[in-house]
Design a protein around this ligand. Sequence first.
Ligand SMILES: NC(=O)c1ccc[n+]([C@@H]2O[C@H](COP(=O)([O-])OP(=O)(O)OC[C@H]3O[C@@H](n4cnc5c(N)ncnc54)[C@H](OP(=O)(O)O)[C@@H]3O)[C@@H](O)[C@H]2O)c1
Length: 158
Amino acid sequence: MIGMIVAMSPDRVIGVGNKIPWHYSGDLKRFKAVTTGSTIIMGRRTYESIGRPLPKRRNLVVTRSGIADVECFTSLAGALDAVKGDAWIIGGAQLYAEGMRFADRIDVTYVPDRIPLEGAVLFPVIDEAVFEAGPFEKVEGEPFLKRRTFWRRIKSAG
Ligand SMILES: NC(=O)c1ccc[n+]([C@@H]2O[C@H](COP(=O)([O-])OP(=O)(O)OC[C@H]3O[C@@H](n4cnc5c(N)ncnc54)[C@H](OP(=O)(O)O)[C@@H]3O)[C@@H](O)[C@H]2O)c1
């Protein structure tokens, strides 16, 4: 399974100034629960934003250069080739855009925050001819959030 996991605003904003512009602890807890034990793949900017490898997960970073003591790959395809078991692409916008070709599913948390678009990075539009939306679900402990744990691939990448 190759998944992408993201939290986005109503305008598809996912980040500003290399940070996530909201904080919902219930969402972070679930991110941890979903990704623990699997491989997470991220772009260099997202790695720098987090600032350290996340524990109990294999951390792979996609970059044209290298980062000391971190498993780095010069392409997303190269990183995915190195994975045994489940892989989660965890951002940011560049990696999500590239991941659209590879992902079997997309797990989206929708936050209500209205973030100005200037300087923001956006999640790509999900092509509904390629991914089928699952139902909205409640988010435990976060009454203002909703989630689709499944956007499921219905058309293989061309
Ligand atoms: N809301 C969420 O769920 C969520 C999740 C994750 C991240 N974010 C946010 O997203 C933002 C970061 O996203 P971003 O799009 O700016 O950066 P990104 O995707 O995290 O990282 C971009 C970097 O990844 C490397 N890269 C990307 N494609 C590559 C390729 N094909 N080959 C080689 N290297 C490649 C490059 O690194 P080099 O420049 O080193 O070559 C590039 O500069 C931050 O604001 C972060 O907080 C939000």
